[in-house]
Write a protein that binds this ligand. Structure first.
Ligand code: URA
Ligand code: ZN
Length: 395
């Protein structure tokens, strides 16, 4: 028995809930070796530093990681083999009874590439992911299945980005795309995104919206305050608020009015969106500037609850019962059909030895799902059936 993390009163003990049937993980990342090499060839964020003493390379991808007061070998996070190895991914899946994973490139995807290399790199990495899934799924002696979310070459020319979206339907194991919040550089409410939304809507490709940029350091009191608590402020608050702001900007600018069939899966249960949806709706209804209230600015035509129950799905990566219940409630009358289990592997690895090799981060998500008092059938929907149905996975 290893050391067990203390769980808060909010959480049931992780041992109380041990799912017995299939689990599908839709929030799980990788950095293919070619992408690791790409990051290691750089010395500005995002980059990987390979120390000369042979210790684990350091992943310096968040702006707050690049703290000049620290030596480079202490910046960011160690990046071990679990970030790039398929064997490690499959081992992690076995340890947690996960039969099927939909793997995505981790942040910051291809956002930082120069325009002229973006399309070629995207094609290469998307092909690499599809091929890795194909060879795993062809193994007769394994029941573990892999699928992937592709990445878009967002710094390429708009018609090149659209061509990559269209090409994805020829890659059998690609089940959607992962997308950050910067869009073409001006956010997801930029009208220049319209050709992308149109192509994504036409091809019915699920968009997995994932944070990377967080909030400006000043929102947290500046680098000194952030420095006192490592990654806690950027990851616990910056990430989910970034997602919340991005999707709310899309909503306010009418993206969901103009592209009503868009399908978006929001990371980390939508950040604060489930909690704030009522307030967003109320502020929209009370905004004098909007046409619906006698003003001159268009404002959104649909109500936020309608968007939540038709365009949005949420992962169940929220680590607590209160957040999970709120996410299900906000997702509408059939909210239980719109949540999908995820792990965020290989991020949040255990910092101490764990029971049976199980990660605390994963166990707390499972404990929340098992602890909210829904039927066994509903648990199974969140753990596997919703993902299988919505993403069309063969389990
Ligand atoms: N940290 C990251 O940089 N990305 C994740 O997806 C999770 C934690
Ligand atoms: Zn993630």
């Amino acid at each position: 028995m290893g050391v067990h993390h203390k769980l808060s009163a909010e959480q049931p003990s992780t041992s109380e809930f041990q799912p017995t049937s299939t689990i599908v993980d839709i929030h799980t990342h990788t950095y293919p070796p070619s992408y690791i090499d790409l990051l290691a060839s750089r010395d500005t964020v995002p980059y990987i530093h390979r120390p000369s003493d042979g210790s684990d390379p350091r992943l310096i991808i968040l702006s707050s990681d690049d703290d000049p007061s620290k030596p480079v070998e202490k910046r960011g996070r160690p990046v071990d083999v679990s970030y790039s190895s398929w064997d490690e991914k499959l081992k992690f899946m076995r340890q947690h009874n996960i039969s099927t994973s939909v793997v995505s490139l981790a942040n910051p995807w291809l956002d930082f590439l120069p325009s002229h290399t973006a399309l070629g790199t995207a094609q290469q990495i998307n092909n690499e992911l599809n091929t890795a899934c194909e060879s795993q799924n062809a193994k007769q002696d394994s029941t573990q299945r892999l699928y992937a979310f592709a990445s878009l070459p967002l710094s390429a020319k708009p018609d090149e980005i659209v061509s990559e979206i269209q090409r994805l339907s020829s890659l059998k194991y690609i089940k959607g795309i992962i997308l950050g919040t910067s869009g073409l550089g001006s956010g997801l409410d930029d009208p220049a995104m319209d050709p992308l939304w149109s192509a994504l809507e036409e091809t019915s490709i699920m968009i997995f919206l994932h944070p990377h940029y967080g909030l400006p350091d000043a929102a947290f009191g500046g680098p000194d305050v952030i420095g006192r608590s490592g990654h806690v402020l950027p990851l616990a608050l910056g990430f989910p608020l970034e997602t919340t702001i991005a999707v709310t900007r899309m909503y306010l600018s009418g993206v969901f009015d103009n592209f009503p069939k868009l399908m978006m899966l929001l990371a980390h249960s939508g950040g604060a969106l489930p909690f704030l949806a009522g307030r967003i709706q109320s502020c929209v209804e009370h905004e004098r500037e909007f046409v619906a209230n006698g003003g001159s600015k268009q404002g959104p035509k649909r109500d936020v609850w309608d968007v939540l129950r038709t365009n949005i799905w949420l992962d169940a990566v929220i680590y607590g019962k209160a957040g999970l219940k709120g996410a299900i409630e906000a997702a509408g009358p059939n909210g239980i059909d719109r949540l999908m289990f995820g792990t965020d592997h290989p991020f949040f690895p255990p910092l101490r030895e764990e029971v049976d090799g199980k990660w605390t981060s994963v166990q707390s998500n499972l404990a929340a799902i098992g602890g909210i008092g829904v039927s066994q059938e509903s648990v199974q929907k969140i753990l596997s059936r919703n993902a299988a149905r919505v993403l069309n996975l063969e389990l």
